[in-house]
Write a protein of this length. Structure first.
Length: 303
């Protein structure tokens, strides 16, 4: 094993490129004796001379051992520069981030989040994965969006109170708000059972018992079934207004009274080693959530 200091290798490279110890000293801002001391330390580390020293102003020459040390030393210096650059980018908010998500967030929040992160850190590596509806886990992910709290050693914040709206065919109901009681006995088109429980619980509290006629994880499919007359749907603001799901004159949207809501939560591991990129993503997600909350309130008022 040899213990070689990177600064000694850097000095060796400067001598080779400048030709003499004196010119290398001027380039590096050292005294010539300091240059000599560093090369002597390098030679002790590798166990032999790396330069033939002809003396005077004549250029030095590499020894056969010096050729080997220089070749490997340049690679080590390049790797050290790459490491320094990667650490610098990480501390500045670059690097990689792994995010767990689900449909509504993927349509509305994530595109804005990714754009802002990429604007600030063009080289950042963003990895996305869909979260299972039945058993979401943070695991090795940096951030997880979900519509319920997740158990485990995590920190969580409730980003949005996502209000549910009733989606019916045009003409089925008078324009304006609708009572949850109108859902009693109505065929409904729903999403996952765990998702529907978020609004079916409040409906049961007012003695309304809707009947799920069909389930689909896709918001576009749910709205298509409403258009077809299979049943009504209760969907949150992110699914109705915030996504790219098309709305048209065949559908009518009604605020519900009382208004059920779901929480949109952001989770991350409960550790002290969070990356600057993850911390910045949390800040941006919080800003986007505030914008969505304002838009949701305006949509409810307009209805």
């Amino acid at each position: 094993m040899v213990e070689v200091e990177l600064r000694h290798l850097g000095t060796m490279v400067a001598i080779v490129e400048e030709g003499t110890f004196g010119r290398a000293a001027v380039r590096l801002g050292y005294t010539q004796s300091t240059i000599s001391q560093q090369i002597a330390a390098l030679e002790r580390s590798v166990g032999g001379a790396v330069f033939d020293r002809p003396g005077g102003p004549r250029p030095v020459r590499l020894t056969p051992l010096g050729v080997v040390v220089l070749e490997q030393g340049r690679e080590l210096l390049a790797k050290a520069d790459a490491l320094s650059d990667a650490v610098g980018r990480f501390k500045a908010g670059g690097g990689r981030i792994d995010i767990g998500t689900f449909q509504s967030v993927s349509h509305v929040i994530l595109p804005a989040l990714i754009r802002r992160l990429r604007d600030e850190q063009p080289g950042c590596d963003i990895r996305l994965s869909d979260m299972p509806a039945d058993d979401p886990q943070v695991g090795n992910l940096d951030l997880v969006f979900f519509d319920r709290p997740i158990d485990g050693d995590v920190v969580q914040t409730r980003l949005i109170d996502d209000v549910y709206f009733l989606v019916a065919r045009a003409g089925d109901l008078p324009v304006g708000p609708a009572s949850l009681k109108v859902l009693d006995g109505r065929p409904m088109v729903g999403c996952h059972e765990s998702c529907d429980q978020l609004w079916m619980g409040p409906a049961a509290d007012v003695d309304a018992r809707p009947e799920i006629a069909f389930r689909s994880p896709g918001n576009a499919t749910i709205l298509s079934m409403v258009r077809a007359g299979l049943g009504w749907a209760v969907l949150p603001w992110l699914a109705v207004y915030g996504s790219e799901v098309p709305l048209d004159e065949r559908l009518s949207i009604h605020p519900l009274q009382p208004a059920p809501t779901r929480g949109i939560y952001l989770h991350w591991p409960d550790t002290e080693s969070q990356s600057p990129l993850a911390a910045r993503a949390i800040e941006i997600a919080t800003e986007i959530a505030a914008e969505i909350t304002a838009a949701s309130a305006a949509a409810g008022a307009a209805r």
